[in-house]
Design a protein around this ligand. Structure first.
Ligand code: SF4
Ligand code: SF4
Length: 420
């Protein structure tokens, strides 16, 4: 694609990068076939190719309006288009730059501006979120449906294992996950404990993803700096890795190195943080969790699971096959799921900001997930889990909880055998 970028854009630190991205696009349109918003809305401007044109037009100095901003806002940032693109166009990077530029040039109307501010002010601050969640649980019957369905019941958790191993890793607790489904990180700690690794808790905080994708990039970068400052002393004193159980957060933390590449104070630390950040599935494969498996799977152990790999893991981290392999090794039967590369509609705060599109995508996804009559739906990101669970007749769980339960059952069986 030919470009005529403005002088200002060419001089920007990201000027060369956007030029390369735009030049790589050959307008073939392969990406449109996999784009959920194009499939639902049927408008070229709500497709990746259309959005690339809009961003290019903005970078060439043409005036932009609220309509352009809305087409970019409606993107789910699922990045399925990147996976489908034969030319390797880095659409996600281009979108971040385009959204940020337009955010700087335009002022949104008051209502959407306030709504977005409120979403950011609550969801990325764990204390505020906790307080409102407690209130929401008390008054859930009078809440609007879109909020009510996002409030899961209180869950009792097992104890966090005592950190008594010499090997240790730390977990990104996340901003909403510890209050919504606290069992996920406890299950992770239990599984790692069985591998001889203590999982350390860090103070609950936001990795910056929510603000970053809602056009508040300066605030997001400050949140990222706080995370790096918190983790750095642990990484310097022997903590082996940062373990992520929410793939949406993982995608961004793995990108810290790129985002701080021009920051003299944080570039090296951010690169190291990204290097040491792993999704829990990557850790379990690396640590050979299958060695803990019984030589023959226990009888009656097969459970039919429909697996939803979040877009952040599949398209963002380009990770495929690990969770499938782990669940199969642990005796779970994975059911076939059609269109499994398509977004479920959760997409961070998207389900709150654009409920109509989000709910349609959820309906399609739940139909596909239930086709094989699974007993449980498993996923790897808190946002997808809460979004799907709100309308699913069968339980939706994080896959690590299934593995933890199976390991605990095995332990119980072997303890019973020892007692006989
Ligand atoms: S598939 Fe890639 S090259 Fe083709 S139009 Fe989409 S972004 Fe451009
Ligand atoms: S990120 Fe997803 S929604 Fe956005 S343009 Fe690409 S495929 Fe479409």
């Amino acid at each position: 694609m030919k470009t005529a970028l403005t002088e200002v854009v060419q001089q920007a630190t990201w000027g060369k990068e956007v030029e390369q991205i735009l030049r790589a696009c050959v307008h073939c349109g392969f990406c449109t076939a996999v784009c959920p918003t194009y499939q639902l809305l049927g408008n070229e401007l709500d497709s990746p190719r259309g959005r690339i044109y809009l961003i290019k037009s903005c970078l060439e100095g043409n005036p932009v309006g609220l309509e352009t901003q809305r087409h970019l806002d409606l993107c789910l940032t699922c990045r399925a288009c990147e996976t489908a693109c034969p030319s390797g166009v880095q659409y996600g990077r281009l979108l971040d730059i385009g959204r940020n530029l337009i955010e700087e040039q335009l002022t949104r109307p008051l209502k959407p501006r306030l709504w977005r501010w409120m979403v950011r002010a609550i969801l990325s601050h764990p204390r505020r979120f906790n307080t409102l969640l407690d209130i929401g649980r008390i008054f859930h019957l009078i809440l609007p449906k879109t909020l009510r369905e996002k409030i899961p019941p209180l869950i009792k958790t097992a104890d966090w294992p005592v950190p008594n191993h010499t090997r240790h890793m730390m977990v990104l607790e996340g901003c909403v996950q510890p209050s919504l489904v606290p069992t996920i990180n406890v299950a992770t700690a239990r599984v790692l404990d069985r591998l001889g690794i203590s999982l350390l808790r860090t103070s609950v905080g936001c990795c910056g993803a929510l603000n970053y994708h809602l056009g508040a990039q300066a605030e997001a970068l400050n949140q990222m700096r706080r995370m790096i400052d918190e983790w750095w002393p642990c990484l310097e004193t022997g903590t082996e890795a940062i373990v992520i159980t929410a793939s949406g957060c993982g995608t961004l933390v793995k990108d810290y190195g790129y985002l701080f590449r021009d920051d003299p104070q944080y570039a090296d630390k951010a690169a190291r943080v990204s290097e040491l950040t792993f999704d829990i599935s990557e850790i379990l494969i690396k640590e050979n969790i299958s060695a803990l498996l019984p030589s023959t799977p226990p009888p009656h152990s097969t459970k039919k699971v429909a697996l939803h790999i979040p877009c952040s893991l599949r398209h963002g981290q380009k990770q495929e096959g690990l969770i499938e392999s782990l669940l199969t090794q642990f005796g779970f039967e994975l059911t076939a799921v059609a269109d499994n590369f398509t977004c479920c509609g959760s997409a961070g705060a998207y389900s709150i900001l654009y409920p109509t599109i989000s709910q349609q995508l959820r309906e399609n996804k739940l139909t596909a997930l239930q086709a094989g009559e699974p007993q449980v739906i498993a996923t790897a990101n808190i946002g997808c889990q809460i979004h799907l669970q709100s309308q699913s007749p069968i339980p939706v769980r994080h896959w690590i909880e299934l593995i933890a339960d199976r390991l605990d059952n095995r332990l119980l069986v072997s303890q019973r055998k020892n007692r006989l």
